[in-house]
Design a protein. Structure first.
Length: 293
């Protein structure tokens, strides 16, 4: 088990598969990684996950850029499922529909899909492309394939009424909306959360990051919506159990910091022994900070 200097156990790893993306969302932080042409192979990723599993890490989330731009994404998921109990992906959903079933069959457990609005024009303004229908179809195909849960990430860029229209649309699709506070914007989700709280019939808290989940009645059914306030939130850091791996093979102790990176792919390619890679994992965990600042 990996435990950092502040007593936090590291239980999961978040791997950026590429810095490339087919959208141009103006708010994207690209997992805090600068652009890189270099990417790891499926076998390299599998080897890293094998070592991570031996250290008590049992969950992996693949991100980007846009991870589905990797034409070997199904192979990567299949390899990952050999070592991880939980395999998930965060995607913009534009390329998802044709491969949702294949990803499920390869061992993908769950998926997060970004969709900030159901207004076609505004979606194009945010992303630079008219691909909203692709995203909606991707959500539907994921649910049909049996991925569970299918969560839809909604960055709160718009007023209460517009955000709630998107939430209700997601509910109609039988997916779970997550309203996310924008990073480095003045937009606050206080008004949205206050409204949701006033309508909730149940409120519970996820231990991970202390996120609140509100249950509301919608068309006679109980539906959940999750509020995510990742930044400027000490609870986010104090409960963090993740370590990150950049697409070019560097362990990244903190999402918002580019110092303290530990290169593991170069030693692997140079024939380093497994024990040496284990020590590099431990070094990266020692570099974790108590909170974001």
């Amino acid at each position: 088990m990996l435990i950092d200097p502040y007593g936090r156990k590291v239980k999961s790893i978040r791997i950026s598969l590429t810095t490339k993306c087919n959208l141009k969302c103006f708010y994207c932080h690209n997992e805090g990684q600068e652009y890189s042409h270099e990417e790891m192979t499926p076998n390299e990723i599998g080897y890293i996950l094998k070592i991570a599993s031996s250290l008590g890490i049992k969950s992996v989330k693949f991100t980007g850029g846009e991870p589905l731009l990797r034409n070997d994404i199904v192979e990567i998921v299949e390899i990952a499922s050999k070592y991880m109990e939980d395999v998930s992906i965060t995607t913009n959903g534009t390329l998802l529909a044709p491969i949702a079933k294949k990803l499920k069959e390869a061992g993908l457990n769950r998926i997060n899909i970004s969709m900030d609005t159901i207004d076609r024009g505004k979606y194009k303004e945010i992303t630079g492309y008219d691909l909203l229908e692709n995203v909606i179809n991707g959500i539907k195909k994921s649910i049909k394939a049996g991925l569970n849960p299918v969560k839809v990430n909604i960055v709160a860029l718009f007023p209460l009424n517009e955000t709630m229209e998107t939430v209700k649309f997601v509910w109609k699709l039988n997916a779970i909306p997550q309203i996310i506070e924008p990073i480095n914007f003045e937009n606050s989700i206080d008004e949205i959360e206050d409204y949701i709280a006033s309508k909730a019939i149940k409120i519970r808290e996820r231990h991970m990051h202390r996120r609140k989940i509100y249950t509301l009645l919608f068309n006679g059914e109980e539906k959940d919506v999750e509020i995510v306030r990742p930044m400027h939130n000490s609870a986010f850091c104090s409960a963090c159990t993740r370590i990150r791996l950049t697409s070019d093979g560097k362990l990244k102790p903190c999402l918002m910091h580019n110092d303290g990176l530990v290169d593991i792919i170069t030693p692997i390619r140079n024939g380093a022994k497994e024990e040496e890679i284990v020590e590099l994992f431990k070094k990266a965990v020692r570099n974790r900070r108590p909170y974001w600042r």
